[in-house]
Design a protein around this ligand. Structure first.
Ligand SMILES: [Zn+2]
Length: 468
């Protein structure tokens, strides 16, 4: 038995997930992600280590662009085989890739202008990594497969997709390779969600695997028991309503926006908030919410119960999913307090900027952050207490209240990851710790080795190993 596994991304970083499996002359790529950290973005341009047309299939764990966003580039360079993923992932990937292509195009245009103005050439060509046409050409390759239904993805290679509890459609992928009379299984965790999250079922566990690739985003910390965020949410909103301002929530389109709606629906139903208008003003979040509504079969028991009681978090009294620019502009003319959920999650683009311009200098309004704010983003500057911020080319004093709720998290922490691994009944031959900052990944690898006695490794970008 010989299987070659190459780590083409997410080795000591949290983005760029790509793992190449080679066996009996066949090549599979598990995840096909973009690098998003500024210092590693150059790797998106590196020549792909094998000719894309030599890949026999791509398997996607979920629709975040750090797991699927490189696909259009490979398609442009000749890849034309099936891309297996769950049905919800296929639908959301479509939205994400078209958006990503638009961003790549805008980015190239912006760089070109800047370099012209500065009279210099950049390190990378001023052409988009891929364009809308490439993204569109990728879409027919998306091949939906059911959860828990093994699918043949090559000669003697089978893959099955299992609930990951991270975002709608997300999966852990088990790849089973048969050669002669032997068999090996490789388990790819993808991103592992937290248990008891709103809407989604809990992550699956596995009793057997020969090799495991496990993410480690929060591999170095324990987040403690899941906290009830509805209490904090109700408090922030009630205080802002009493002051007569608006609540502006920058939020990611996929999963976080729907979770915020779920919690709002809860507190409104329990009568802990006055009746007020809620707007989701993000074309992408609205489209993703539509996908949620297409897939009630993926909901957990609590969410299914809400639907039976006709209390959908995506359709409650006072909620508007904004679909036109006119609707978006009209929000500014409303009197009384409203809740506005808009993208992007870190305030780097999208309609949130317009709502910030309207609200950030009003002492009665609140800017409420529900997600991580990366260094260098507008969101981070606001969270860090800047007294003045530049938005859409103009400086605005920050007079609104700034609040943050930490309880929303898309990833399992150290203890939950260990618990997930511990479901394995016999020790795997090796556990590869991936998808975490260097520190987090190596600490988690040590933690697992110490607690279980299993062999662990922390691969780097470009590492190759032979699985026997
Ligand atoms: Zn993810």
């Amino acid at each position: 038995m010989q299987i070659k596994l190459a780590f083409l991304g997410a080795g000591q970083t949290v983005t760029g997930s790509r793992f190449l499996v080679e066996t009996s002359g066949q090549r599979l790529l598990v995840d096909c992600g973009l690098y998003q950290e500024r210092q590693f973005q150059g790797r998106n341009w590196d020549p792909f280590p094998v000719p894309p047309q030599s890949l026999d299939a791509i398997l996607l764990t979920h629709a975040h662009v750090d797991h699927c966003g490189l696909l259009p580039r490979l398609v442009r360079e000749g890849f034309h085989k099936p891309v297996y993923c769950t049905a919800a992932t296929a639908e959301i990937t479509r939205i994400m890739l078209l958006d990503s292509a638009k961003l790549q195009e805008q980015d190239a245009e912006y760089k070109k202008k800047r370099h012209q103005k500065e009279g210099r050439r950049g390190r990378h060509p001023e052409v988009p990594l891929y364009c809308t046409q490439d993204a569109e050409a990728s879409l027919p390759l998306l091949t939906p497969v059911g959860y828990e239904e093994p699918v043949r993805v090559g000669h003697g290679i089978e893959a099955s997709f299992h609930d990951a509890g991270h975002v709608l459609g997300s999966a852990m992928i088990k790849v089973r390779v048969r050669q002669n009379a032997e068999e090996r299984t490789i388990l790819f965790s993808g991103d592992v969600g937290r248990r008891n999250k709103p809407i989604l079922r809990d992550p699956s566990t596995f009793e057997e695997a020969d090799y495991v690739l496990v993410e480690s985003t929060y591999g170095d910390r324990s987040l403690g028991p899941a906290v009830d965020v509805t209490e904090e949410l109700a408090e922030v909103i009630n205080n802002t309503v009493a002051a007569g301002g608006n609540i502006v929530i920058p939020s990611f389109a996929l999963e976080r926006s729907q979770e915020v709606l779920y919690c709002l629906n809860e507190v409104l139903h329990q009568g802990r908030l006055p009746h007020l208008l809620v707007f989701v003003d993000s074309p992408m979040a609205v489209r993703v919410t539509d996908v949620f509504e297409h897939h009630p079969e993926l909901y957990d028991e609590e969410m299914a119960q809400l639907l039976r009681e006709k209390r959908s978090p995506f359709d409650f009294p006072g909620l508007t999913l904004v679909r036109t620019i006119e609707q978006s502009k009209a929000i500014n003319y409303l009197t009384g307090s409203v809740v506005i959920i808009a993208g992007s999650g870190m305030c780097t683009g999208g309609r949130i900027k317009y709502h910030l311009v309207t609200n950030i200098s009003r002492p009665e309004s609140t800017i409420l952050f529900v997600g991580y704010q990366a260094a260098g983003t507008l969101g981070r500057r606001i969270v860090d207490g800047a007294r003045e911020v530049r938005i859409l080319g103009r400086y605005h004093p920050v007079r609104a209240s700034v609040a943050q709720i930490h309880g929303f998290s898309g990833h399992a922490d150290r203890d939950q990851l260990l618990r997930w691994l511990s479901a394995l009944k016999r020790p795997p031959r090796k556990v590869f710790v991936v998808h975490g900052e260097e520190d987090s990944a190596s600490r988690f690898a040590d933690f697992v080795a110490e607690r279980t006695g299993w062999q662990t490794a922390v691969p780097q970008y470009g590492d190759e190993v032979v699985l026997d």
